[in-house]
Structure formats: C-alpha cells, structure tokens
Ligand binder design. Structure first.
Ligand SMILES: Cc1ncc(COP(=O)(O)O)c(C=O)c1O
Length: 399
C-alpha cells in the first residue's frame, strides 16, 4: 500500500493513547503479573444468571429484545435505575432526566459533545481518569489540573483556578475511590466544590463508577444529591457492579441536557443494545445485586489490604501510597525528581506491569514520580510476588 498520510482532524491529534495502549497491551500477556489494568474480578461476574436471562429474553421476548428502540433507553430500566440511585445515594430527580448509555464512558462523550466548544476549559483532578481526559481533549477542550490531596481536590487551588481562569465550562470529578488514586473526597469538600462551581457557573460532571465498592459500607453524599441549581451531570455504570462487557451505563442530568444527549446518541449508535439493557433490567428484577456487590467489596478489600501490606514491607520508606476505602486502585509516589517510566522498564523486564503516572496528569509531558497499581484481578500470590519485584525495582532506581 502507498505510504500515505491521512488528514486527521486537529481535535484527534491532541489525543495520544499510544503510550498507555502499549502498556496495557504488554499487561495482557498472561506471563506478566499485571498490576496495570483496571478490570473488575471476572470470577465475580454472574455468568450463569445472565445466561438464563439472555436465553429467556431471546426465547420469550424476541421482538422486544431484537427490534430497534428509543435513544434514551428502555423505559423500565430507566425507572429501575432512578429507584436504585434514590435508595442508595439519595439522588432524587429535581428537573433531571435519565439516559441509558453504552457505558458511562459514552455518557461522558455525549456530555462533552453537547457542551464543549474548541478551546473551552475543563477543570480536572490532577491526576484523573485517562478515558475522561482523552474524551475532553477529543472535543478540543483544554485541561486545567487541580491538585489532589488525601481527602479530594485542594479546594484553595480550585477556588484560585476558578477565579483566575476564563472559559471554564466543566469540572470533572470522581469523588469516590478515584481512578487512579483511590482517594475519596470528604463531605466538606463536596459541599465546597459544589458551592464554588455554582458560584462560577461551571457545570460538574460527577463520575461515580466505584461508589458502591466501599469496603466499610460507608458512603458520602453525592454532588448530585446537593444539586439545587441544576449543574450536575451524574455518570453511573453497571461495569463495576455487574460486568463491564455488557456496556450499560447511565447519565442523570438536567432534562434539557439529557434531551440533547439523546439527540447525540440517536446520531451516534441509535440506542444501546436492547439485549444488554434488558439483561440488566431483568437481573435487577430477579436478583439482589447488593449480594453481588458485597462479594466484590469483600474480595477487593482483602486484596487491597494485601497490596498495602506488601507495599509497606517491600517499598523504600520514601515511597508513599494512598489507603483506599474502596474501588480498585492504589496510587504510589516516589517523590523527588524520579520518573516512573524507568521503574516500569525495570519491572517489565521482570514480567511485572503497572501504569506510570504521567498519562493521568492534565499535562502528561511533565516527569511524574507517581504510578498506579490495581489489585482486583491478580491472584493473591501474584500480587505478593509482583509487589516484591516492584519493591526491588524501586530500591534499585532510588539507590
Ligand atoms: C473513573 C471512570 N469512569 C468511567 C469509566 C468507564 O466505565 P464504563 O465501563 O461504564 O464506560 C471508568 C472505567 O474504568 C472509570 O475508571
């Protein structure tokens, strides 16, 4: 084939997923101990129950399951999700509506598509979820990072950023067990973040895929539950509480925003697959998803404790780590002027993978001394072995 250059749009030129793709590809090698991914534990997927539901649907409801449907999503599922989030997070629609999306990633994409013009600024926690950063940049937004502390964003930094930055349209936050840090925002900070955004007329995208994976059962109020001003776009998902491959997520947002999102969805994939929407609906109707969630909490809590104990035993004392109260990730920092790419190269030579921190930052070109670890997928003995190897690599680089 001729050596051709293709006229890619400016907006996509800013999105560079290559480095992270290479890392995730390397981690997929079964001989690697991967502390890199972000997958839920597949042994907890309710495969048998979902298989029975799929069989019933295709046998007894073929027209409903296989026919076109509406962009906003299967109405009984929308109602069931609204009931679920009212019970579990006290989110009561207040001029809001709901749309079912193909994962919350798609919901975020529609929020960006409907709201962002080229050059608009999006405030993000620094570090933040790669998929969201890529999504906002894909619509030509400029990312403005706000520092993270152990109880959420640095509110003084956020205040100063809002006061001194023109053109901020959105703030993107993952308040519970954040990806990549595992940090949870305190209740006081949630109130202050909401107040500041309302004052500066900035919309909030609240992304909550991990909130149910709380180890202790304790939960903090969602920003959406405080939304008297109609400024919060709440993204939820069944990926981390049921299974990610079914691609069922949802957005609860002010009705005019949901209306625009439904139009965007119509022009994108028409609607999310009926079979998986119906499977989730039937799963919620026939089974207690809470039992499944409790199994996840128990497993992840134990694996997280194991990982932290190994970090304390094998990492150099100067390396700090977060202590997550839920979710899937631990964030570690070597401090100083280290670059975790060097540690990654050392580790991958010993068949251990993790994700260096730079791609999670609003400015990924800067050296980054931090990195992300995941504990949800590897067996206990592999976590222990991987942490020992990583500890040795850190000692070698920091010596
Ligand atoms: C913070 C965050 N938001 C959204 C997503 C995407 O989830 P979904 O599978 O619902 O698209 C992820 C996936 O890892 C995530 O970590």
């Amino acid at each position: 084939m001729a050596n051709r250059t293709y006229p890619f749009a400016e907006r996509i030129k800013n999105v560079d997923g290559e480095a992270i793709n290479d890392i995730l590809k390397a981690s997929a090698d079964p001989s690697i101990i991967s502390l890199a991914g972000g997958n839920p534990a597949s042994e907890l997927f309710p495969g048998k129950e979902l298989a029975e539901i799929a069989y019933d649907l295709l046998t007894n409801e073929p027209a409903l399951t296989l026919q076109y449907s509406v962009a906003q999503g299967y109405a009984p599922l929308r109602d069931a999700v609204l009931k679920m989030i009212a019970e579990r997070d006290n989110i009561i629609p207040n001029g809001d509506d709901i749309i079912i999306t193909s994962g919350s990633q798609q919901g975020m994409d529609f929020a960006a598509k409907c709201l962002l013009n080229e050059g608009d600024k999006v405030i993000v926690e620094n570090p933040s979820f790669l998929g969201a950063l890529g999504c906002f940049m894909g619509y030509g937004a400029q990312l403005v990072g706000v520092d993270m502390e152990n109880d959420g964003v640095n509110v003084a930094h956020l205040k100063q950023t809002l006061e001194t930055t023109d053109g901020v349209k959105l703030l993107y936050t993952i308040p519970n067990f954040q990806n990549p840090t595992g940090i949870t925002m305190s209740t006081e900070k949630r109130k202050e973040v909401y107040r500041l955004c309302a004052e500066h007329n900035v919309l909030i995208v609240e992304d909550n895929p991990y909130g149910e994976l709380t180890f202790s059962g304790e939960k903090k109020p969602s920003l959406k539950s405080m939304d008297t001003e109609g400024i919060v776009i709440y993204c939820g998902s069944f990926s981390k509480i049921l299974a990610p491959g079914i691609r069922v997520g949802y957005i609860v947002a002010p009705a005019p925003i949901v209306k625009r999102m439904a139009e965007a969805k119509q022009a994108n994939d028409t609607h999310s697959p009926m079979i998986t929407q119906l499977m989730v609906y039937e799963y919620l109707r026939r089974h207690d998803i809470g039992e499944n969630i409790q199994r996840m909490r128990d497993l992840y809590s134990r694996k997280c404790r194991l990982m932290l104990d190994e970090a304390d035993a094998f990492f150099p004392a100067a390396v700090t780590h977060t202590t997550p109260g839920g979710g899937l990730f631990v964030w570690c920092d070597m401090g100083g002027d280290y670059d975790t790419i060097a540690v990654y190269k050392e580790c991958i030579g010993h068949k251990v993978a993790f994700v260096p921190g730079a791609p999670f930052m609003a400015d990924p070109s800067k050296r980054c001394s931090a990195f992300r670890l995941n504990y949800s997928t590897m067996p206990d003995e592999k976590i222990a072995e991987g942490m020992r190897i990583l500890g040795n690599a850190l000692k070698k680089i920091m010596a």
